[in-house]
Structure formats: structure tokens, C-alpha cells
Design a binder for this molecule. Sequence first.
Ligand code: FES
Length: 182
Amino acid sequence: MSDELKPNPPAPERRSFLKEALIMAIGGVAALVPVCAGLAVLLDPLRRKGGAVNNIRVTSLEALPKDGTPRKFPILAGRTDAWNRYPDAPIGAVYLRRTADGKVQALNVVCPHAGCFVDFRENTKSFFCPCHNSSFSVDGRIEDPKSPSPRAMDELQVEVKGAEVWVRFQNFRTGHAQKIPA
Ligand code: FES
């Protein structure tokens, strides 16, 4: 090949410009990584705000009456606002009872009608909401068809781990026939 047909190599100034541009691009990407990671950590509590509360240890199995009578327990959990984590505090309550088949049932104490707290009445062995007189059987079903509650008491998932009772605590919207997470 004659010298006239060979491509001209880039001028030295152009080569050094391209090299500098490449170094700057790599440097920019490298600098963005820690900035993005920092932002993710900073904003993480905001993303977690309002998430469902999962499996909480509520009590020991021994604390539940053997005859199946429900007992009320507070649900304690740490609270997290935008950038702080606070120690455990009550976020709700549940009734726990042993069932005839040896399992444990958990019912949210909040009435599905309008959100009052439901009481357990020893004399009738049933639940009663004092706000608008909804009544529920011991397993949470609507007892009196005239009850204004649109659904049964909200049952929650329970797990017995060894001698401990864990509940997947959750609140549901009131006033609906279906359980809609709040
Ligand atoms: S809030 Fe319970 S019956 Fe209305």
C-alpha cells in the first residue's frame, strides 16, 4: 500500500482530548456511586414508613388460658420516623386464645365497623363492641345478625415457635365487608 492510501493517524491533540474526556467520564461515574448510595441510605426510612408490621413476638404459649378463654395482649414494636428509630411502644392489641384443635387464634381488638375496641365478656363468652353494639362469638364471627359490623373480627396469622406466640400484626380498613389492609 502506498503512503498516500494509508489513513492518517489522529493528531496528537485530538488523541489527548479523547483520553481526557474518557478519564473524566469514568471519574464522574465513580463519584456518583457513593453519592447514590448515600442518598439511598438517607431516604431509606422514608421508603419504609407505613409498611406492614411483620411477625411480632407477643407472649409465651403458657400465658394463654388452657380453657380457650381469650386474653388481650398489647402489640409492641419499634417506631421509625423519617430518620430516627424509637424503642418499642404499643401499636395495637390482639386477643389470643387456644382453640380446640390445639392451635392459637389471634383477633385484632379493633372493631371492623368503625374502629372502637372490642371487649371480651366473660359472662356470655363472646366479644362485644360498646360503640354500636356489634357482637362476635369467641372465634370472632358475627354473633348477632343485627350487628352493624360489616365483617367478622379481623383474624391475624399466628405462628407458635417453641413456647412463644408470634403474630403477623396488621390493621384493616373499617366499614368494609372485605379485609383491606390499612
Ligand atoms: S365501632 Fe364497633 S359496632 Fe361500631
